[in-house]
Design a binder for this molecule. Sequence first.
Ligand code: NDP
Length: 515
Amino acid sequence: MSKRTDDAPDTPGQLTTSAGNPISDNQNSLSAGPRGPLLMQDYQLVEKLAHQNRERIPERPVHAKGWGAHGTLTITGDISKYTKAKVLQPGAKTPLILRFSTVAGELGAADAERDVRGFAIKFYTEEGNWDLVGNNTPVFFVRDPYKFPDFIHTQKRHPKTNLRSPTAMWDFWSLSPESLHQVTILMSDRGLPTGVRHVNGYGSHTYSLVNAAGVRLWVKFHFKTQQGHRHWTNTEAAEVVGRTRESTQEDLFGAIEQGDFPKWKMQVQIMTDAQAEAWSERTGWNPFDLTKVWPHSDFPVIDIGMLELNRNPDNYFAEIEQVAFAPSNIVPGISFSPDKMLQARVFSYADAHRYRLGTHYEALPVNAPRSAVHHYHKDGAMRFFDNNTKNPDAYYEPNSFDGPKEDKRFAEPPLPLHGDADRYNHRDGNDDFTQPGNLFRLFNAEQKQRLFANIAAAMHGVPDEIRRRQVALFAKCDPAYGVGVAEALKLDPAGGERIKGTSATDNPAENATAN
Ligand code: NDP
């Protein structure tokens, strides 16, 4: 119910139109005679049907199916020497909303599907909203935003069959070796969690922290589940989906409703500029590459706080369907990095919301900051808020009417840049194999067998040429990885020979992308 601005007496039981006019009959339409046609002047009927037609908004092109709740971040550690952000200072308690999601499925998709889980958090800080829009994986399938729409097309329906296409997925992945790390996670046990209470969250990108002295450091954010990791096998998930398509919603909503509040330990990894350079030099890895992690042994995690979800939304549509996260929302003391994917997301998320929800989507209650908002944006869809410059004459800037002004105290330290503006082949000399190999070598024998079986199942119906190309990539991560998948796929001996040959010339993906 909208807020009333006058002193008229309220009659809560009285049904009204959206203009506040009392409704006399909500059961019988207005007709010419008991059996006669309807009258156009039955405006309540028109309004009711027109509203029904508009009850859906476009679903998100990705991350359409979601589950979420409100909660709190409590900072218990002390990283004040790294950042001046108030939300990260010792003792800070910040309200938040967290929306989990699957990536590929549509709004009505079953929950128990093998897919990456979105882990998007909006922190309502006293310095404005900070959105950390991550996943349950520390890396991603692509590292250059040019490839993001292509990648998503392979995850969505084929234009002719209107079916998901394993051929498209594996064709793209096998031609994009940078996807190996994320594909390995997706096909491992953690690719099919029993619910989102049992997943880690990762900011994934490298971000920056700025301290009170104006020094910039690089940072990765992690949220470790306190509920333990739990996953389903493909067979178990098929049984779950047969029983309920809403297993994650039931689990998350049910736990919170019963007062069993899920928690995640918040951790950071920190890298100085000098460390970034030395590490890059030693490993050949780019600290701003979204397909790479920072190994814990090189950059230990620092515990900084606890995130708890403790309140279910009252209205799913208003609070979860309309919540709009954007990595562009940062606060003083936290900022971006040269990560190319992050740079593109800074543009594209806010743009998606302007299209999907409307120009002033940030004014919706779930998106509105809890701190004051003063800007000069003017009209457009959903202009339902007051003149927030506090003065109707101050609708441009500069002005002589005491309108809001910039404040240089919030300037970030300058970011040194070097190099020629050019298109650099991001696959040139990039090691896409060691880190997925490291993950593979962490798995025990049973985990490896499930990984092989999951990959073989996901490749059902995929042409042999594509399977072989992909197996050759797995073999470059670890020979046992290639052999295991080849065996699970029952590839013929000729394929086996090619798997053993792991030189670059055997790999059409590399040949296709070499300079
Ligand atoms: P560590 O042994 O210090 O850490 C291993 C990490 O792997 C832990 O964070 C663990 O999460 C996570 N992990 C375990 N099983 C899986 C799985 N099936 N899918 C995804 N993650 C899993 O190793 P390093 O830091 O040296 O990294 C080794 C490899 O671990 C990396 O190449 C990367 O693939 C993976 N990894 C690394 C992360 C990082 O930030 N360094 C983060 C996540 C994964 P948990 O502690 O919750 O069990």
